[in-house]
Design a protein around this ligand. Sequence first.
Ligand code: SME
Length: 197
Amino acid sequence: MHFMRELGQKKLILPIAERFTGVYNSIKYLERQEGFMEMEEMEKRERYRMAKMQLESLFEGERDRIANLANASALLNEVMDDLNWVGFYLMKHGELILGPFQGKTACIRIPVGKGVCGTAVAKDEIQLVYDVHEFPGHIACDSASSSEIVLPLHADGRIVGVLDIDSPRIGRFTEADREGLALCAKVIEEACDWKEQ
Ligand code: SME
């Protein structure tokens, strides 16, 4: 009788213990993932701090818009991982026109309000797109693009263009990218002469 009771308890206790171990392991796994993501964000922030300084030294003594934007796209392409396109669209006669970039050939004109770039201008807001396939009206210049970030650029209180970056990886851009790239965009805005030649 005593033996039977013990067996019954074991039958009951073991699955419960196993279930708790499973939950415990899942929590530990999530904690590790969270820690890993935090480390990734920290590493990104450090990379952007360096990129900002590199941009500043790249622009020293030069205010030509095209030259500086060409070098900025090359530098960002070098220091950032998992990109398939990085470059600029410039405002001209009320629409965005392709500027200096790194990547595959791209569409030339984007009307304000269209695509991710045109939306960034219309709303005057950074667009951080986790999955471009979910963005209504996304303009697919390169079919490899899966996520995107677009930052409006300003001079004398008006929008002069956008910085557009695409990645083949869904969810590539995070808050660390938004903050870091906003710092880089500020350096770019201040370094260029935005009057059209
Ligand atoms: N995807 C952008 C178009 C520009 S390319 O990505 C270079 C958009 O939807 O506005």
